[in-house]
Design a protein around this ligand. Structure first.
Ligand code: GLN
Length: 222
């Protein structure tokens, strides 16, 4: 069942394991309708899907067990948007290192698991300030965003299709390849929902109906 009465897009949250509830709450706050996805049929009618943070070994095994690997790949091929956060980013990646897990290969990055250390090395840090485009991805829109890292991966060797949107200490922490976004921190754990919002805005732009035909009399050049 879809959550909330909002009339916004229906967005799935993979419900196998991890920080599912907080993502559903973030979606509700942004006026979208969230839906837990636990099997291929739950993908019907979705425009977008979140793979939450948690434990990528468990999530990856669960994808197999719930017969979701092929349907999620097909969902992405058909233009569905996906946001993978932390373990979700690992699962989305081309490959993972440091105790590799099977991945979906939907974004051209390599995820180095637990690259900052153990649970004790979890931390909160602000995105690098805007200014130097090489160091920050050149984006002002994330300025001051605090990022929660919990046994986070680092994103290595991004391919040419991958755009770095934000960095922390010069490391990419938010990247995108078209409608597929990967984020190494937990954007659902603070009140700052800029990541969800920007990703959802991309969907809204895409699903906007075509405007009325232009009125030729309004165009002085015609
Ligand atoms: N360390 C976890 C993994 O490799 C990810 C942690 C998280 O999602 N917060 O799967």
């Amino acid at each position: 069942m879809d959550r909330s009465n909002a009339s916004g897009p229906v967005v799935g949250v993979l419900g196998i394991q991890g920080d599912i509830e907080k993502h559903l709450q973030a979606l509700e706050r942004l006026g979208a309708r969230g839906r837990r996805v636990l099997g291929p049929r739950d993908l019907a009618g979705l425009v977008a899907l979140i793979l939450p943070g948690g434990e990528s070994t468990t999530i990856s095994k669960g994808l197999d067990r719930h017969d979701l690997v092929k349907p999620i790949r097909e969902f992405a091929e058909a233009g569905g948007a996906i946001l993978g956060t932390c373990a979700g980013a690992i699962v989305l990646s081309r490959a993972s290192t440091n105790h590799p897990v099977p991945t979906l290969g939907l974004i051209d990055i390599e995820a180095e698991r637990n690259a900052y250390g153990t649970q004790l090395d979890s931390f909160i840090a602000p995105v690098d300030p805007p200014g130097d485009p090489a160091a920050t991805g050149g984006q002002e829109e994330w300025a001051g965003m605090e990022c929660v890292f919990i046994r986070a991966p680092r994103l290595r060797r991004p391919g040419p299709s991958v755009e770095v949107l934000a960095r922390v200490d010069a490391e990419p922490v938010l990247v995108r390849s078209g409608r597929i976004w990967a984020c190494t921190f937990h954007p659902e754990l603070t009140d700052d929902l800029r990541v969800h919002q920007a990703w959802l805005e991309g969907l809204r732009a895409r699903s906007m109906p075509a405007g009325p035909p232009a009125d030729p009399s309004a165009d002085p050049d015609r």
